[in-house]
Unconditional design. Structure first.
Length: 423
């Protein structure tokens, strides 16, 4: 199995480009299904999840071509040539695949999508998606592990705008409802919508395709459906979680690093928290400048929907707290079970105790290198960072998880002076 080998690191220095956001690129790729013709996406990260989504779009009848310099060309077919079935072997590899449901329903009137898989950190139902699309007139049933949706008795109807009230501001449910609404008849209002920058990026792309959207980035999005969209070009926003990962690496190892293209306005709450822990981060002309010197300070953290501290940041913060001075309490409010990497940190000598959806971390001066297992994308990256401040060698098994969200994490850290290799 693929793994990362990590040796203790001195202070990190240099400049590294953050690259395009995974959680935006995947939704933008799905949105290409809404209009016939060639769409050109720029700043698309070279990661496994993009490859999986490319395979998904190909299975649905589109053609996807990877071009130089981070460009992706998605040529979407006419409605009659779309194949509105998302197969199990692709959906089970990535939960984000569920976002093809909205585009397929609104463009074809019917869809058959496998129930999703993806990272293993607790039960995350798709009820929010089905409820939102049901408000617009879709009817669903499950059969043989698939969700089958149709609009009208013959599965050839058109969605009707309505008032969608999300029980929870789910990012992907907001994306699905938004993409479905742009071709629905009449006005759709999405209440309690997710406010993430990636939702705004999707709305900007849809607008360039001819959609009429107001309120993206707020909890109330209003969409006036149109009869047809057109192909468009778009550049993906920077990945705030990748930026947070390199910022955490500097916090752990010390140093001075510029995160090229990273945007402070996309991660204000996290930057405040990192500042309280002793990591100085300022917006410069080329990106975020991250400076850290000396031992980190402990802090309490609670995950919340955006603009709160994202759950994707939590493994990075827990890892930082393992070597910080004092005791920090981390509370997970979003996903049950996303503390499974804690046992791996304990193998490295971390003093971490779990209590329900809380983790109590008592910092130690130094971790100890060990063989550990990556459970998901962010936990795997956090364990690689833990190896930077561990005595001896750390081997993180399951590097393929990390590849889903990071474009050559080992190479990026090496470029800053860290001792990390991928094998």
């Amino acid at each position: 199995m693929s793994s990362f080998l990590v040796e203790p690191s001195e202070a990190l220095h240099g400049t590294i480009r953050v690259g395009g956001a995974k959680n935006s690129a995947l939704k933008l790729m799905a949105a290409c299904l809404l209009a016939e013709g060639p769409h050109r996406l720029r700043n698309v990260p070279l990661i496994t999840d993009v490859e999986i989504m490319s395979d998904m779009l190909t299975a649905l009848g589109a053609s996807v071509t990877r071009l130089p310099d981070g460009e992706l060309l998605v040529d979407s077919p006419a409605p009659g040539d779309l194949v509105p079935e998302a197969p199990y072997e692709l959906v089970e590899r990535m939960r984000a695949s569920i976002v093809v449901l909205g585009p397929l329903l609104t463009r074809c009137g019917h869809a058959r999508v496998s129930l999703p898989g993806g990272d293993d950190f607790g039960h995350r139902p798709i009820d929010f998606h089905l409820s939102a699309l049901g408000t617009m007139g879709a009817e669903f049933e499950t059969e043989h592990g698939y969700v089958v949706g149709r609009v009208g008795e013959d599965g050839k109807g058109r969605l009707i705008g309505g008032r969608v009230v999300l029980e929870y501001p789910s990012h992907t449910a907001t994306d699905n409802a938004l993409m479905a609404a742009v071709l629905a008849k009449g006005t759709t209002v999405i209440e309690n919508a997710a406010r993430e920058p990636e939702v705004c990026d999707l709305a900007a792309f849809l607008t360039s395709m001819g959609a009429s959207i107001r309120g993206a980035g707020t909890s109330r999005i209003e969409v006036e459906g149109v009869g047809e969209l057109r192909a468009a070009d778009h550049s993906v926003i920077p990945d705030r979680v990748v930026a947070a990962t390199y910022a955490a690496a500097v916090g752990l190892a010390g140093g001075h690093v510029v995160l090229e293209d990273a945007r402070a306005d996309h991660m204000e709450m996290l930057l405040r928290k990192l500042g309280s822990m002793g990591v100085q981060i300022d917006q410069g002309p080329d990106g975020l400048e991250v400076v850290a010197d000396g031992r980190l300070r402990s802090a309490d953290v609670a995950t919340l929907p955006y603009p709160g501290v994202a759950t994707d940041y939590k493994p990075l913060l827990v890892t930082m707290l393992t070597v910080a001075e004092g005791v920090g309490i981390v509370t997970e409010n979003l996903f049950f079970g996303r503390f499974r990497y804690v046992d791996e940190l304990r193998r490295m000598g971390a003093d971490v105790r779990t209590e329900g959806h809380h983790v109590v971390v008592r910092g130690v001066p130094r971790l100890s290198g060990a063989q550990v297992q990556a459970m998901d994308i962010r936990a795997g990256a956090a364990l690689v960072l833990a190896g930077l401040v561990a005595e001896g060698r750390t081997e993180v098994i399951g590097a393929h998880h990390v590849d889903r969200g990071y474009e050559d994490l080992a190479g990026g850290l090496r470029s800053l002076g860290a001792h990390v290799t991928r094998q």
